[in-house]
Design a protein around this ligand. Structure first.
Ligand SMILES: *Cc1c(COP(=O)(O)O)cnc(C)c1O
Length: 393
């Protein structure tokens, strides 16, 4: 099909919930994508932080091809080896004790919310179910995770939302303490706020918040959906921050491109959800879990994580080096990078010009261009992208 044919079909039959760019991708290799007309693009998005091992990764494709021939799905009523192996890898490399697998980030956060509430209910009874999240957070688009998201713009239309959330100002420990009233069972935060603009929390704040929660038996939960799976140069961002959450959610990069989500918990929470308390039809399916095993084996290698760190530093320095007056700040950790613009009105034009010139990027917040390239991006691909940025900015 030509691009116009695809677009017409999509516009006719698919709900218009996304503002799509006028491109249909056909295939990719590493951090390079090709559209249906054969034009190539440097991919600085990896989906939205999903294709961490790049496109057409041979290890991933081979493992999935083999698994597809063997078995694509069995229910969670039975054991399957890839699921057990992926869970072991996650626990061994994170220090967590047990994992639950689902299908998406929102669902992973729903799991955190459920386990936090049940932990508290089991121990303290009713009336201690509130969860404090941060202003400008993003936790998903289900009716509950929209409410967990600390941005008023997400609290519209879909009433009634799930009760039991309050919002603390990021990096303000006094505000967090004030919001942690006696009815609070957990605090949930992204350590780098992704959707709202790539805002890195202050490590001193994160450490103090974790310690405060521990003292009060308030669970400290970290949303690692975007920051996890090697993105920041550690398997999970909390490892960079030097804190030990009670539980974390993950999704995006975990299966390198297949749908997956999950949450991992420490010893305190490992037995809170027993038989019948939680479940998912597709969760832990052999295809996503085979992919997760490949991804986790790769991204937990120390040299792989070091390379992510180095690439991140390289790319940020190069973008700063453009010296464009349009750029107010370049910030990030590993390959999670935000380019804050001086004039947010120009952002759409920049993004479109980058696309026309063969570089695709994401946005975040009101004034940020966000980069989440495949973790396997090469120097050459980064250099090409920066040359285009130089021209566009
Ligand atoms: C993307 C994202 C989610 C939602 O994940 P979905 O898979 O789209 O449901 C939740 N939290 C954070 C931090 C995210 O970046």
């Amino acid at each position: 099909m030509t691009f116009d044919e695809i677009k017409q079909l999509d516009d006719t039959y698919v709900m218009h919930t996304y503002g799509r760019f006028p491109v249909a991708f056909d295939h990719g290799k590493g951090a390079t994508l090709f559209d249906v007309n054969g034009k190539s693009y440097i991919d600085l998005t990896s989906g939205i932080g999903v294709n961490c091992l790049g496109h057409d990764n041979p290890k991933l494709v081979d493992a999935l091809t083999e698994q597809a021939h063997k078995l694509m799905h069995v229910s969670n009523l039975y054991y399957n080896e890839p699921c057990a192996r992926a869970a072991r890898l996650l626990c061994e490399k994170s220090g967590m004790k047990r994992v639950f697998f689902g299908n998406s980030g929102a669902e992973a956060n729903e799991g955190l919310i459920k386990i936090a509430r049940k932990y508290s209910y089991d121990k303290y009874g009713e009336g201690r179910a509130k969860i404090v999240t941060l202003v400008n957070s993003f936790h998903g688009r289900t009716v509950t995770t929209l409410k967990a998201t600390g941005q008023d713009q997400f609290h519209k239309y879909f009433y009634p939302f799930t009760e039991g959330f309050d919002y603390a100002v990021p990096d303000d420990l006094d505000d967090l303490k004030a919001k942690c009233t006696d009815d609070v069972c957990a605090v949930l935060m992204e350590l780098i706020q992704g959707e709202s603009g790539v805002h890195l929390l202050d490590p001193a704040y994160v450490k103090a918040a974790a310690a405060f929660c521990r003292e009060r038996d308030i669970l400290f939960l970290v949303d690692e959906v975007q920051t996890g799976i090697g993105r920041t140069g550690a398997l999970f961002s909390y490892q960079k921050y030097g804190v030990e959450p009670d539980a974390i959610s993950m999704a995006k990069g975990l299966a390198g491109g297949l749908p997956v989500g999950g949450f991992a918990v420490n010893g305190k929470l490992q037995d809170v959800l027993g038989p019948g308390a939680h479940g998912s039809t597709f969760g832990g399916n052999p295809m996503s879990m085979t992919a997760a095993c490949v991804v986790l084996s790769e991204v937990t290698k120390p040299e792989f994580l070091r390379a992510v760190e180095e690439k991140g530093e390289y790319l940020m320095e190069k973008i700063r080096g453009i010296g464009s007056p349009e750029i107010a700040e370049v910030r990030g950790m590993g390959l999670m990078i935000g380019i804050a613009l001086r004039d947010k009105e120009k952002r759409a034009a920049f993004v479109n010009r980058l696309l026309e010139n063969g570089v695709i990027v994401l946005t975040a917040g009101a004034d940020v261009i966000r980069l989440l390239p495949p973790l396997v991006i090469t120097r050459e691909e980064m250099d090409t992208a920066v040359e285009v940025m130089k021209k566009v900015f």
